[in-house]
Design a protein around this ligand. Structure first.
Ligand SMILES: [Zn+2]
Length: 200
């Protein structure tokens, strides 16, 4: 823990010696991208993308899950999406799933989550989209297909948000699906037209 605190205290010297870089943040933020990824410690959006402070607005949760829009129930994700799209006016939203994801794995493997009731309830929202694939526990290769299907489902859920749908329809917002391999650091991007994740 001490190393993390020491690094945090040295951050301003390490990353941006000119204090002007931070001073301008007092005026606000204008990130162009909302990046939605898992809480997994192996997935670090700024490190992977090379984003600098002020560039990327983030949602991180177990399994990079976006539940469908519900006008009667707000949650951290819905509030952050609303703020990002309506106030910050991000131009892109990325949903980034990853290999070896515990949340998707729990659904794919039908894991016993009796002792983790909050996790059980949270990941259960992934089940409908993955249902057609469930049955035999996946191996490493087929598991990537589960995660990629999961990413597509979260993009579909994003489109249930009126503000997202309106911004997409008006051409001022683009949605993207990524798949990140934690054991190779490889990134695949969804080609929505053909329903495949490509390396280039
Ligand atoms: Zn994960």
């Amino acid at each position: 823990m001490k190393r993390l605190l020491d690094n945090a205290r040295n951050f301003r010297h390490r990353v941006a010696p000119e204090s002007e870089t931070f001073r301008r943040f007092a005026a606000g933020q204008t990130p162009g991208t909302l990046f939605i990824s898992c809480s997994d410690s192996r997935v670090i959006p700024a490190l992977i993308t090379g984003a600098v402070p002020g560039e990327v607005f983030e949602i991180r949760n177990a399994g990079n899950i976006i539940t469908p829009f519900d006008p009667d129930h707000s949650c951290a994700e819905s509030a952050t999406i609303e703020y990002g799209v309506e106030v910050l006016k991000v131009k892109d939203i990325v949903v980034c799933g990853h290999s070896h994801c515990g949340a998707v794995g729990a659904v794919a493997n039908d894991s016993d989550l009796t002792s983790l009731p909050s996790v059980a309830q949270w990941v259960s929202s992934c089940r409908p989209a993955l249902a057609p694939m469930l049955g035999t526990p996946p191996d490493d290769l087929t598991f990537s297909k589960y995660v990629q299907r999961h990413v597509v489902a979260q993009l579909e859920n994003l489109r249930t948000y009126p503000k997202v749908r309106a911004a997409v329809d008006e051409g001022r917002l683009n949605l993207h699906g990524w798949y990140y391999r934690v054991d190779t650091a490889e990134v695949l991007e969804l080609d929505e037209l053909n329903g495949v994740f490509n390396r280039n």
